[in-house]
Design a protein around this ligand. Structure first.
Ligand code: SAM
Length: 191
């Protein structure tokens, strides 16, 4: 387990019981709403939310149709909360950098405000590409800050708070990350 994963577990285990009312829970709400709007599902689809937090996004996606829903998160306490809240969704403790699913199993993979926590985000992108079927969709929600604020966050704030964050992506880096690893970009929105 890497340092980001250890710090994320400590931070998110500590706020799991009331995540939705935490700063992170509120901050991520607008991303989840937009991702839900963008997520098109059909009966029988398999959908996975990586870094699923309290499970609200995958539960909302499930309510759109007869899908098989899955959520994974590195924080055991978050997963405990998810299991207590939502029956009928399969939740597991797992890093997004090492997914224990077979090749081509999923129609859609979502990841909301998690990519910047990963030690090596490329590992997740490669894994997402592997577990998605041909024509499958990856929906990423990520915070974005302009250059100055991004560097202040990465160099000062992130090392100080030790909450498992790694680096905030620029648009260019994010686009490159996905296109270098087998995806085509269907669209990018700034909220
Ligand atoms: C900002 S929260 C977002 C949670 C949820 N996606 C949402 O939008 O409410 C970040 C989440 O990522 C999880 N996380 C951090 N690093 C992870 C990793 N390497 N693999 C899987 N989950 C991770 C944390 O435990 C936490 O639940």
């Amino acid at each position: 387990m890497n340092k980001n994963e250890k710090n994320s577990i400590r931070k998110y285990d500590s706020i799991a019981a009331d995540y939705d009312n935490s700063f992170d829970g509120r901050f991520t709400a607008k991303f989840k709403n937009k991702m839900l709007e963008l997520c098109d599902v059909a009966d029988g689809d398999k959908v996975l939310d990586v870094g699923c937090g309290s499970g609200t996004l995958i539960n909302a996606i499930r309510q759109k149709g007869g899908i098989e829903a899955y959520g994974v998160d590195i924080s055991p306490k978050m997963i405990e909360e998810c299991r207590a809240r939502y029956k009928g969704i399969t939740f597991d403790v797992s890093s997004g950098e090492r997914l224990e699913f077979g090749d081509g199993e999923f129609s859609t993979v979502t990841i909301c405000c998690v990519l910047h926590h990963l030690n090596k985000a490329q590992n997740f992108i490669i894994e997402a590409h592997r577990i998605l079927k041909t024509g499958g969709v990856l929906i990423i929600g990520e915070p974005w800050f302009p250059w100055g604020l991004r560097h202040i966050t990465d160099w000062i704030f992130t090392p100080l708070i030790r909450a498992g964050d790694n680096k905030i992506f620029s648009h260019k880096r994010l686009k490159q990350l996905v296109t270098d690893n087998g995806f085509e970009i269907a669209g990018m929105l700034l909220l």
